[in-house]
Design a protein around this ligand. Structure first.
Ligand code: FES
Ligand SMILES: [Fe+2]
Length: 325
């Protein structure tokens, strides 16, 4: 199983949005592990195995009181950093057994997202400079579950040759099937990818592009950050930048969380929900296609046939396989 590869532990993965973690424990699953996530008294998000050390009750079925996670079975309480702070049957003020503390995972909150790592991440969460640029606003889209592998998702997000087929219902143009020669380059410190121009149908996407024309040209870059983060930047001739961070998280080998985050330097006049209707519809098209394809993407490149337009995903797959080895 891919998710059992040790190297995957040492990376950051999105499991929820920050707003999902409020006053109740939240059950999430990462790399086949059941976890509970809650917001502790100081406001930090804590993540731990969804298993009470006492009699293994699922802690996500419990409650949060004053920032403490309370087990639903015998009421043991876990505070900041997962420390067991109270065992009710022992009476207050009594010492708790050291093994009662929860082994926590590393957590970061960035871009309105909750990122977890089950290991010791050597590489930081990829940098989105627009986050600290006041000309841009950020729009979060919610976290979905897709019945497909994160490998197939990443492969798909790097691929433009499916536009005239999968995206014919949104921005794809049937006759635009040739993909110009792709040159891969280091786009910046965190993303490796390529630049390209693409004509898109814009009728339904006017709220997103800010333009009325039926067909418009987008200048784009698409790049990846290992293992499964993809960034697409769209530049319109009006000066509008529309940046998309696409995050795929392996729940297990064939199920993934998906979320995307948008940053745009528009005049903030169109409500966020309207802006992302188009991107949501595009995501639904990819989801529908990917859920028809079985299993994980073979990492042996000889097991599938690739052509020139697959260069970005072939390069991602090569580096991903190296990372796992
Ligand atoms: S199982 Fe959690 S307190 Fe007993
Ligand atoms: Fe797509």
């Amino acid at each position: 199983m891919l998710i059992e590869n040790e190297a995957l532990l040492h990376h950051w993965y999105v499991v929820a949005e920050s707003t999902d973690v409020a006053d109740e424990p939240v059950a999430v699953k990462l790399l086949g592990r059941d976890l509970v996530v809650w917001r502790a008294v100081g406001g930090d998000v804590v993540a731990a195995p969804d298993r009470c050390p006492h009699r293994e009750a699922p802690l996500s079925e419990g409650t949060v009181h004053d920032g403490c996670l309370v087990c639903p079975y015998h009421g043991w309480k876990f505070g900041d950093a997962g420390r067991c702070v109270e065992v009710p049957s022992s009476g207050t003020g009594k010492k708790v057994p050291p093994a009662a503390h929860l082994p926590t995972a590393q957590v970061r909150e960035r871009y309105g997202l909750v990122w977890l790592s089950l290991g010791e991440p050597q590489v930081d969460i990829p940098e989105m400079e627009a986050e600290s640029d006041e000309r841009y606003r950020r729009i979060n889209s919610g976290v979905q579950v897709w019945n497909t592998s994160s490998t197939r998702m990443t492969d798909n997000f790097l691929d433009i040759s499916h536009f005239p087929y999968v995206h014919i219902g949104t921005f794809g143009i049937a006759q635009n099937q040739d993909v110009p020669k792709i040159e891969m380059e280091q786009l910046d410190a965190d993303f490796f990818g390529y630049e390209y121009e693409v004509e898109v149908r814009n009728e339904d996407g006017a709220a997103s592009s800010g333009m009325d024309d039926a067909v418009i040209t987008r200048r784009m870059t698409t790049g990846f950050n290992l293992p499964f983060t993809v960034r697409s930047t769209i530049h319109y001739e009006t000066g509008l930048d529309h940046l998309i961070l696409l995050c795929s998280t392996p729940i297990d080998d064939v199920t993934s969380y998906f979320t995307f985050v948008i940053w745009r330097n528009d005049d903030f006049s169109v409500p966020a929900e309207e802006v992302i209707v188009f991107d949501r519809a595009i995501g639904a098209e990819d989801k529908s296609m990917l859920e028809k394809v079985k299993g994980v993407l073979p990492l042996d490149q000889r097991a599938t046939v690739s052509v020139q337009s697959d260069k970005p995903s072939v390069e991602w797959r090569r580096r991903f396989a190296d990372m796992l080895a």
